[in-house]
Ligand binder design. Structure first.
Ligand code: BYC
Length: 317
């Protein structure tokens, strides 16, 4: 095939692909897709899966110190759900041509990112409330939209994940609500957790639209159906009344309801802090990576045993 014919063929396929996307059709693993669509999705899905797994660490820190057996059981169930979310999304990402161990190597070598939020410490029990309510709350806002994205395996994983995230969100809000009904020290702990997690939760939605290099492609291909800023605004609008209902103050003096736009106006996010954190210099980046690397190393025997068992089973069959 001459180069001209090949590039005409590619242009035709890309136009057909875009027409499918524009018509709202779902792309499945065996369908033709532009290489850049595949790579962008793989980047985003693998980072999402890593976030679920690294995200188990800040909460895992509190399992042995939960204030009651009931709280411990709930937290344990939530953390196990996060491991499951990681697995669904890794499996979805594998359909794009990279296996899970390669993705994990990219995480452990620092080549792949995970959500900035997990580089902040969890200092007291109220932080378990803030994580469930704010972090899972932000994740739900983002993921309910991703559940309608153009890539079938990703959107289907999101549907199930969102159901579980709702439980996570409610248990977090309940922790905060109970603490706000408690004594002064408990109320102060809840407010302190709110103060530390509010701004990092807003950063979960990524840089503002004008500084988001990937959004153009992702929106054209309907992987993202709403922009970073629009989703962030949606999260703020739904969370402020929840905070007010239990007596918590949002740590933003510029936060104000705007009757014209029917949204809350808010103060400027500290983007310098965001970039420091995603470039590896947040308060816990080094600790989180060490914990992940140690867990991976300590799990070597489990992976080896699983491979040996599978071999033995297939030899018998
Ligand atoms: N953290 O062009 P942009 C959970 C990076 S887990 C780190 O806007 P994009 C939970 C971005 O990757 C749920 N990095 O990117 C689990 C890009 O860098 P690269 C986690 C970030 O992809 C356990 C650069 O900045 N949710 O809920 O268009 C316990 C430019 O950004 C962040 C997801 O993963 C960040 N916050 O949009 C509890 C959602 N933001 O890759 C709870 C899925 C941006 O070019 N992901 N960057 O080097 C997404 O929706 C999108 O990827 C993002 C970013 C909105 C995050």
């Amino acid at each position: 095939m001459s180069q001209n014919v090949a590039s005409e063929d590619l242009a035709r396929r890309e136009a057909e692909f875009q027409a499918k996307i524009d018509a709202g059709q779902v792309i499945e693993p065996k369908d033709w897709m532009p290489e850049r669509y595949r790579k962008q999705l793989l980047r985003m899905m693998s980072q999402h899966a890593h976030s679920e797994v690294v995200g188990m660490l800040p909460e895992g820190n509190w399992l042995t110190r939960a204030p009651s057996l009931m709280r411990k059981a709930v937290l344990l169930a939530k953390i196990q759900d996060e491991a499951g979310h990681g697995l669904y999304i890794y499996s979805g990402a594998e359909t794009l041509g990279m296996n899970r161990s390669e993705m994990i190597d990219q995480l452990l070598s620092g080549q792949a990112k995970y959500s900035s939020i997990f580089n902040y410490p969890t200092l007291n029990w109220a932080d378990m409330g803030a994580v469930g309510w704010l972090v899972d709350g932000a994740a739900i806002v983002n993921q309910t939209v991703l559940a309608k994205c153009s890539y079938g395996p990703y959107s289907r994983a999101m549907i199930r994940i969102c159901k579980e995230e709702n439980f996570h969100n409610k248990q977090g809000y309940q922790i905060m609500a109970y603490m706000m009904r408690g004594n002064k020290a408990q109320q102060e702990m809840a407010q302190d957790a709110m103060n530390r997690f509010w701004w990092p939760a807003l950063m979960m939605f990524g840089p503002s639209d004008k500084d988001s290099p990937n959004s153009g492609d992702l929106m054209k291909w309907k992987v993202k159906l709403q922009s970073n800023d629009d989703l962030r605004q949606r999260f703020i609008d739904r969370t402020v009344p929840q905070a007010e209902a239990i007596g918590l103050t949002i740590p933003d003096p510029e936060l104000k309801w705007n009757p014209q736009t029917r949204h809350y106006d808010h103060g400027e996010i500290n983007w310098a802090e965001f970039y420091e954190v995603i470039n590896g210099n947040g308060p816990c980046n080094k600790l989180r990576m060490k914990q992940r690397r140690d867990a991976h190393e300590n799990g070597t025997w489990v992976r080896e045993a699983a491979v040996a068992y599978a071999k033995k089973k297939s030899a018998k069959a």
